[in-house]
Structures are given as structure tokens and as C-alpha cells.
Design a binder for this molecule. Structure first.
Ligand SMILES: Nc1ncnc2c1ncn2[C@@H]1O[C@H](COP(=O)(O)OP(=O)(O)OP(=O)(O)O)[C@@H](O)[C@H]1O
Ligand SMILES: [Mg+2]
Length: 304
């Protein structure tokens, strides 16, 4: 049943220029109902621009954006009761306390006092202080608490934890998982790859305003190489010639190489005849996976 529900976020061929600077150049992706969807890319790739269009704060030059089935600008008032937003850099009213600010941010929404209290405790936020006294991390906590306390269908999060310490980061991940289990869809832009790896079902990678990779983490991993290290009874020679095997290093009875994941089976099979004594296979880390897109040069082809 879930699969038939319309996508909460549909971005179709969006383009946006700031003067002569292209920010989005044909960005297309969708966020599935009930997903935690990672939105990744280097600085200046267009993530915040795209999210601000989804919030109705910016108008695109061309293309369409649909949020919860509506136009983000035409239906802004109704939409903002159904979604919540956390930016990376939170600006708050300096003279209001954290508690007052949460109330302002939650106006017009269904929010439970106990839930606000629970979240303030979880994030160790002292609500009685004026916002002017808050550090960056504490300002971010105010926005996170308000967003998580709002009973919404969609969370749009743009580097929501860039100011949080590792303990609070873990709390954030825990709480996001819980709201997602209760049915909230999440779009999460982040440079914290561990956060994305823990939370996200799917990721879209944007570069120069265009989506360059889109899929589940397993699918993206499949496009890359696995690092293999084996010790064998007999010395190894033949692995060198196999398709998809790269960077072979042999030291006595120990061999190390990288193999395109689709050729893993054949590569491990070739080790068999030599009598495997020990074997480790390491899938690419998210960091290795994404570095290809973060780096300026063209990504190296993994085709053999
Ligand atoms: N208000 C603006 N005026 C002019 N240029 C802008 C404006 N906002 C964004 N840009 C430009 O648009 C491009 C995309 O910026 P954007 O903020 O969307 O990137 P981002 O992916 O969110 O980057 P980061 O990871 O650093 O947050 C950049 O070249 C940026 O300089
Ligand atoms: Mg940004």
C-alpha cells in the first residue's frame, strides 16, 4: 500500500541561476514515501538552493517541484503545516527564550507539550535561556526540537547537525529513526557520511546542479570495488589476469587487490585452488564512494 502513495518530493528538471551563476542545471530526483533520503554533494553543488525551492523560498527558472502533491509557492501556507525545516545555520529571535522560540516555530501545528519537554531533555537544551546566548549548536537544537515536535509528514533538513557534538549527533540519529518509523518522510542534506550511512535508504548525489548518482547505498556500492586480502597455502599467480581485478599486490603467500564488485565471485573462486588460509573482503566505505564525486577531476572509470 505504501508504494502506491505519491512521492512526497518530486524534483523534475529544475534549473536556477543566480545572475550568471548556475546553481541548478536540470536537477531531477524523487523522494519515496516513508524514506530517509540522503542528499549529498560538494560545497556549492546546489543542495540548499534545491531545498529552498522545495520550501517555496526561491523560485526556479524552469522545471517543476512538487511537495506533498502541491506547488511549494502557491500552496505555501497549507504546506508548511505539513512539513518542517531545519537549516544548517539557524537564525533565531535574540530576545526570545528557546522555549518561546519553539512555541513560535510550532504555531499552527499539532505539538504536544510532553513531546517538547522530552526532546529538550534528549538534546540537553535549556529552554529558559534567551536565544542570543545560545551557541551555534544550541540554536540548531532549538530548530531540531521544534521540527521533531511538529507532527508533520515531511522533514526537510539541510545539514541539520553541522554544529552538534558526537553525542548529540547520535541522539539526532536515534530520534530521526523514530519519527521515520512513525511514518515521516525525511530529506536530509549532509556532509556527515556516517550519518547518511546510518540513516538513509537512498541517496542522490548532486554535482554542479545536476544529479550524478541516485540509488540505494547497496546499488551505489555495486558500482565500485571491493578490497580483498588473502593468505593462501600455495603462491598465487593467476589472479593478475582476471577481469575486473585491479592493483594486485603479492608478498609471498599474501595477495591484496581491488575487484569490481560484479567480478568478486570469479576473483574469490580463483583463490580457492591455492588453498585459502585467511580472507578479508572490505566493501568500499561511503567515503571512498563519494570522494569520486567530491573530487574535481573526472571520476575514474570502473569499467575494465
Ligand atoms: N543567494 C545567492 N546569490 C548568488 N549565488 C548563490 C546564492 N545562493 C547560492 N548561490 C550559488 O549557487 C550555487 C549553489 O549553492 P548552494 O548553496 O545551493 O550549494 P550547496 O550544495 O548547498 O553547498 P554547501 O554544501 O556549501 O551548503 C553556488 O555556486 C552558490 O555560490
Ligand atoms: Mg548548503
Amino acid at each position: 500500500m505504501t508504494e502506491r502513495l505519491p512521492s512526497p518530493v518530486v524534483v523534475d528538471d529544475l534549473s536556477k541561476h543566480f545572475g550568471r551563476t548556475p546553481a541548478l542545471t536540470g536537477t531531477t530526483f524523487t523522494v519515496a514515501h516513508g524514506a530517509v533520503h540522503g542528499f549529498l554533494g560538494p560545497n556549492g553543488a546546489g543542495k540548499s538552493t534545491c531545498i529552498r525551492i522545495l520550501l517555496g523560498l526561491l523560485r526556479q527558472d524552469a522545471g517543476t517541484a512538487r511537495v506533498l502533491g502541491s506547488d511549494p509557492r502557491a500552496d505555501a501556507v497549507a504546506l508548511h503545516e505539513r512539513l518542517a525545516y531545519v537549516p544548517g545555520d539557524v537564525a533565531l529571535w535574540p530576545n526570545l527564550t528557546g522555549g518561546e522560540t519553539i512555541d513560535v516555530l510550532l504555531r499552527g501545528r499539532r505539538a504536544d507539550r510532553d513531546r517538547i519537554g522530552y526532546l529538550c531533555e534528549r538534546f540537553e537544551l535549556d529552554r529558559t535561556k534567551q536565544c542570543r546566548t545560545y551557541s551555534k549548536g544550541n540554536r540548531q537544537k532549538v530548530a531540531i526540537v521544534a521540527a521533531l515536535a511538529a507532527d508533520v509528514e515531511l522533514l526537510l533538513l539541510d545539514e541539520p547537525t553541522s554544529g552538534l557534538d558526537p553525542l548529540m549527533e547520535a541522539t539526532f540519529q536515534d530520534e530521526i529513526r523514530q519519527v521515520n518509523e512513525r511514518g515521516t518522510t525525511v530529506l536530509l542534506s549532509s556532509h556527515i557520511l556516517g550519518q547518511v550511512e546510518t540513516l538513509c535508504d537512498r541517496v542522490s548525489i548532486i554535482r554542479h546542479g545536476r544529479i550524478v548518482e541516485d540509488g540505494t547505498l547497496a546499488e551505489l556500492r555495486h558500482l565500485t570495488r571491493t578490497a580483498v586480502r588473502a593468505e593462501t597455502r600455495e603462491p598465487i599467480d593467476g589472479v593478475l589476469d582476471l577481469r575486473g581485478v585491479h592493483g594486485v599486490r603479492i608478498e609471498g603467500h599474501v595477495v591484496g587487490f581491488d575487484v569490481d564488485t560484479e567480478h568478486l565471485d570469479a576473483a574469490i573462486g580463483s583463490l580457492h585452488g591455492h588453498g585459502i588460509v585467511s580472507l578479508t573482503c572490505q566493501p568500499p566505505t561511503l567515503e571512498q564512494l563519494f570522494m569520486r564525486h567530491y573530487e574535481q577531476r573526472q571520476p575514474e572509470s570502473v569499467e575494465s
